[in-house]
Design a protein around this ligand. Structure first.
Ligand code: ZN
Length: 364
C-alpha cells in the first residue's frame, strides 16, 4: 500500500476560498488545529469562513510540539466536541500533529500549510518529538491528507526565515535519496530521485530571488520555490515511499534536537547543517571528491538565505556538556537513518567529522 498524494490539492492565490465548497461537503464539525500567535489572524479567518458556511467549528492549539502530551489532549477535545475532521493550519509541527490525531481517530485531515517551511502538508508521515522538541520517531500513516490547501496568499504572510528553512529541507531530498537509494531497482524510486534532482536545480536557480523578493507581487521565482518546498518535496516522498529514504542529514537533525536550546531552530535550519555534515562525512569517510564541490555550492546559497551553517550557529557548543558525545550516540543508535548509508559509519567517525566541521571554516 502506498499513498502518493493528498486526494485533492488546491494551490495558488485564494486556494482557501476555492476549497470551501468541498470542505463543507466533507465535514460538518471540524476542529481547527494551530500553534503560534503569529498565525492567529489566518486561523481566525479560517474559523470565521467556516462558521459562515454554517459549520459547527471548534479550535485548539498545540502547547508544545508534535508530542504525545499535546496529541492526547487534542484527541480528548475532539472526542468531547464530537468533531468529524481536523483542519491543521500552521507549520510542520501542527500539520504532523493534525495528521497523526486524525489517523488515530479515523477522521479525515485537511492540511492548510501557513508557510513553505516543510512538505508536511502533503505526506503520509508524522514526526513525533518530546514536548521540549527532541526527536523520538517518525510514524508512517495509512494515507496522505484528504485535502491539501496551499494558498499562496496565506504562505506569503510567513516570515522569510520559514522559506529559507523549507529550501534547506527540500534540498536535502536529492542529497539524501541519491546517496541511499540509487542502487534500488524500482522505477518509482528512481523517478523520485530524478524529481528530487530537478527540485534541487529549481531551488539553486530560484531560491535566492524567492527569498529576497518574497513580497514582490507576481514573482515567479517565489511561486516556484514555495511550491517546490511545500508540494514537490512531498511528491518525492509519496512516489519514492519508504525506499526513497532520508539519510545522514536527517539523522544529524534528529541527533541535534536532543540538545535542548533556549532559542529553537526550525526543522530545515537543522537539516541544512545536517546536510553539510553529511557531505563532510562522505568526503572524509567515503572519499567522495564531489562532496566538497557540493558543499561549496550549497554554502553559497545558504549564506544568501541567512541559514545557519554550523552547529554553533544553531546555539549549541558541541565541545561543552558532552554535547558531541550525545549527538554522536543518537546519530549512531540502532534505528538511525545513518545506517542506510552505502558505507559503514561508527560513533568515532561522527565525533571526528563533527569536531573537524565545527573547528574548520570552509573556504568558498
Ligand atoms: Zn525534513
Amino acid at each position: 500500500m502506498q499513498s502518493i498524494s493528498p486526494e485533492t490539492i488546491y494551490r495558488g492565490n485564494y486556494a482557501w476560498q476555492k476549497s470551501l465548497t468541498q470542505i463543507t461537503k466533507l465535514t460538518k464539525s471540524p476542529l481547527i488545529l494551530g500553534r503560534g500567535i503569529q498565525t492567529n489572524n489566518l486561523r481566525n479567518k479560517i474559523f470565521n469562513d467556516l462558521k459562515n458556511q454554517k459549520l459547527n467549528v471548534n479550535s485548539a492549539n498545540l502547547k508544545f510540539d508534535c508530542c504525545y502530551e499535546d496529541i492526547s489532549r487534542v484527541k480528548n477535545i475532539i472526542l468531547k466536541n464530537n468533531n468529524d475532521s481536523v483542519i491543521a493550519a500552521g507549520g510542520g509541527k501542527v500539520l504532523d500533529s493534525g495528521k497523526y490525531i486524525a489517523a488515530c481517530l479515523n477522521i479525515p485531515c485537511i492540511t492548510v500549510p501557513l508557510s513553505a517551511s516543510t512538505c508536511a502538508g502533503w505526506t503520509a508521515l508524522s514526526n513525533i518529538y518530546t514536548k521540549d522538541g527532541q526527536f523520538i520517531k517518525d510514524v508512517s500513516l495509512r494515507s496522505c491528507p484528504k485535502i491539501l490547501v496551499y494558498d499562496h496568499k496565506f504562505i506569503q504572510t510567513a516570515p522569510s526565515r520559514t522559506l529559507a528553512s523549507g529550501i534547506a529541507d527540500a534540498l536535502a531530498k536529492w542529497y539524501e535519496s541519491s546517496l541511499t537509494s540509487s542502487r534500488i531497482d524500482d522505477g518509482f524510486v528512481q523517478q523520485a530521485i530524478q524529481i528530487s534532482r530537478v527540485l534541487r536545480d529549481q531551488l539553486l536557480i530560484d531560491g535566492e530571488k524567492a527569498f529576497k523578493d518574497q513580497f514582490e507581487e507576481n514573482n515567479p521565482s517565489w511561486r516556484n520555490t514555495v511550491e517546490a518546498c511545500g508540494l514537490t518535496a512531498g511528491l518525492v516522498g509519496g512516489i519514492g515511499g519508504e525506499k526513497c529514504r532520508t539519510a545522514a542529514a536527517h539523522a544529524f537533525h534528529n541527533a541535534i534536537t536532543q540538545i535542548i536550546t533556549p532559542n529553537k531552530s526550525l526543522h530545515g535550519e537543522i537539516v541544512g547543517v545536517g546536510l553539510l555534515l553529511q557531505l563532510r562525512l562522505e568526503e572524509m569517510k567515503n572519499n567522495n571528491k564531489l562532496a566538497h564541490q557540493s558543499t561549496k555550492q550549497l554554502l553559497l546559497l545558504m549564506n544568501q538565505l541567512n541559514l545557519p551553517t554550523t552547529i554553533a550557529q544553531l546555539g549549541i557548543n558541541v565541545f561543552e556538556d558532552n554535547n558531541l558525545e550525545k549527538i554522536a550516540d543518537f546519530t549512531c543508535r540502532d534505528k538511525s537513518e545513518i545506517h542506510f548509508l552505502p558505507f559503514e559509519v561508527h560513533r568515532q567517525d561522527i565525533v571526528e567529522v563533527i569536531s573537524n566541521f565545527e573547528q574548520q571554516k570552509i573556504k568558498i
